[in-house]
Design a protein around this ligand. Structure first.
Ligand code: GLA
Length: 382
């Protein structure tokens, strides 16, 4: 991949580039918990964004997205989010973070290519943000550490893509470690790598091919619903600062009587934070079956309480629910489309893909895509 993109860059811009790879991510359990100061259990995958980049002598930024055959250019002095095409924003948003820190940036040329499916809930945008931040940190010798670069990449998403995402996606892309999941405390940012090499079990992603167009507006709404619950509880429990600090008893007392919908949303999050802790214990004990059951429970909560699933995601989960070869499965990521994550016994994978693809297409009139992924290292120079 490195030689290929470097050669294309040379043909296009006539210079030798730096090439940075930054992966997409999966998340085993702990969904919609990151912006509630809870825990998540993500990992970087072997699908990534690749950014080839070299400095220019002027203040211009020239970009090309190889896969879409689109170009974009802007002067650093006029840096702002762009409206009609989305992908430059992930790069420009990262540039903006350096400028906000007072770094005197020069212009650059960049060529982007990625095999992270877009809109599939695999954080294709975080991959581009992290690749850009990492590359600029290198080119301008700014020496930010990885955690600082995670935060900068998250801000790029907030400010240039308008999604008030939590920290999980950028953290997983930047900090991933081969064959390990990251147990991340989104409040303190303390983290632990937990080995995740399951003998005879594969990670199968099934992509509904429903693009989550509702996702960003509904995502921001969920954030507000969670904040509302915290505000009501805080009137009585001043030490509560996020749903991380909340118990179901507090919800019974202070939220349910006021608003059943807000109660349902926040109760899912409180349960999910606890579920993740127990799932991590299962994983460390090697009790994969118990962890898998919790993944199904997470799906049900996301679908029925948090209302971020859709018919196609539910269809895929119901299809595998009683299949003995499927240890656990759930929708993954922000929701309203994208992928399900399935832990499947290796020898059953080809048969399952064949069956579920045929049935999905028949039932929903849409093609299903299937990816068997493995857990990879995070952002790196190639
Ligand atoms: C999106 C966001 C993440 C996280 C997930 C849901 O991927 O970018 O920060 O909130 O949704 O868990």
């Amino acid at each position: 991949m490195k030689n290929e993109i470097a050669q294309k860059f040379k043909n296009l811009y006539g210079a030798e580039p730096l090439v940075v790879r930054s992966p997409g991510r999966i998340n085993i359990i702990g969904e919609h918990t990151d912006y509630n100061d809870g825990f998540v259990l993500p990992a970087a995958i072997d699908k990534a964004a690749y950014l080839a980049i070299a400095l220019r002598d002027d203040d211009e930024i020239h970009l090309k997205a190889e896969d879409m055959n689109e170009t974009f250019s802007i002067s650093i002095k006029e840096l702002k989010p762009v409206g009609d095409i989305g992908w430059p924003n992930y790069i420009l948003g990262s540039v903006a973070q350096f400028i906000k820190k007072g770094i005197p940036l020069k212009g650059f040329n960049a060529l982007l290519t990625s095999d992270v499916p877009i809109g599939a809930g695999l954080s294709s945008s975080a991959a581009v943000e992290c690749a850009t931040t990492f590359a600029l940190n290198e080119l301008f010798s700014t020496h930010y550490d990885r955690i600082e670069m995670v935060k900068m990449s998250q801000k790029a998403e907030h400010e240039y893509a308008g999604v008030m995402c939590g920290i999980m996606d950028q953290f997983a892309s930047m900090m991933g470690k081969k064959d390990h999941v990251i147990k991340l405390d989104c409040h303190s940012l303390e983290y632990e790598y937990v080995p995740f090499k399951l003998d005879g079990i594969k990670i199968l992603l099934l992509d509904t091919n429903i693009k989550h167009s509702l996702a960003s507006s509904e995502y921001n709404t969920r954030r507000k619903e969670c904040a509302q619950a915290v505000e009501w509880i805080k009137e009585h429990e001043p030490n509560v600062n996020s749903l991380r600090d909340v118990t179901e008893e507090m919800l019974d007392k202070y939220v349910f009587p006021k608003d059943e919908l807000i109660d349902k949303r926040s109760r899912f999050v409180v349960q999910e934070i606890n579920r993740l802790q127990k799932a991590c214990e299962d994983l460390k004990k090697g009790d994969i079956d118990a962890m898998g059951k919790k993944m199904f429970a997470t799906h049900d909560g996301l679908s029925e309480m948090y209302s971020v699933s859709c018919d196609e995601l539910d269809y895929l989960i119901n299809f595998v629910r009683n299949n003995d070869a499927v240890i656990g499965a759930r929708m993954m990521g922000g929701g309203f489309g994208g992928c399900t994550i399935n832990l499947v016994k290796e020898n059953a994978v080809p048969g399952l893909i064949k069956d579920i693809s045929a049935q999905y297409e028949k039932h929903n009139g849409i093609k299903l895509d299937a990816y068997v992924v493995s857990i990879s290292d995070g952002t790196e120079i190639m």
